[in-house]
Design a protein around this ligand. Sequence first.
Ligand code: URA
Length: 260
Amino acid sequence: MSAALDWHLAKALLEWQVELGVTEAICDAPIDRFAEADETARPAPAAPPAPAVPASSGLDPAAEAARLAGAAPDLQALSEGLAGFAHCELRKGARNCVFADGNPAARVMIIGEGPGREEDQRGLPFVGQAGRLLDKMFAAIGLARTSPAAESALYITNTVPWRPPANREPTPDELAMLLPFLERHVDLAAPDLLVLMGNVACQALLGRRGILKLRGKWQTVLGRPALPMLHPAYLLRNAEAKRETWADLLSLQARLRELP
Ligand code: URA
């Protein structure tokens, strides 16, 4: 088979996969199948970089998370500490460690569940369909992640920074292990208000679920007012619940006006 024919065959195979619905490659780096035949003649590929903390170190992961998070003097250091945290299995299946988006000086910090497919690909929280709805919801009360002014800005993160496999919810163990990072994240960003977006954020920070009852009722989390709200992914499936969400957004706006 000539090299040109090989190229056309490879292209046809790729197009066939796209037709079948394949939307992403599984490996971080492309595999050159044509070069594999020469594998024995080449040196072994370099091993992937070792995680910053060996997973087999025998340390208690939650204690290690608390140590790393507590030692982070700022958000940049916290994000690096999280990216190097080797004890959570979620990181193995994820492409990116999704730390945050928006303006860290914002008065309002939103805490979602965890990255989905698009968030994992782009390394940013809430950039898929639910994220677009979230942006519209908050734009309705004059808040945006792109705003340079703290009063009209949003800062956005999740309970876990790695996409759980098949978009399952993070387990209670995973939430507990990563909680010290989330708590430190809130301390360092120091927002006036928190929004707990959906059941998983409530589970992580309030220790309870039941968002349909919790939504709209102000709580205190880490010494700050916190408003549980319906997750935009829920609103995409239950458009009639947008009325409650509008009431919650107005409550948030009123609280921002009340606070100094
Ligand atoms: N849902 C979330 O809770 N967080 C994201 O970042 C995306 C979707």
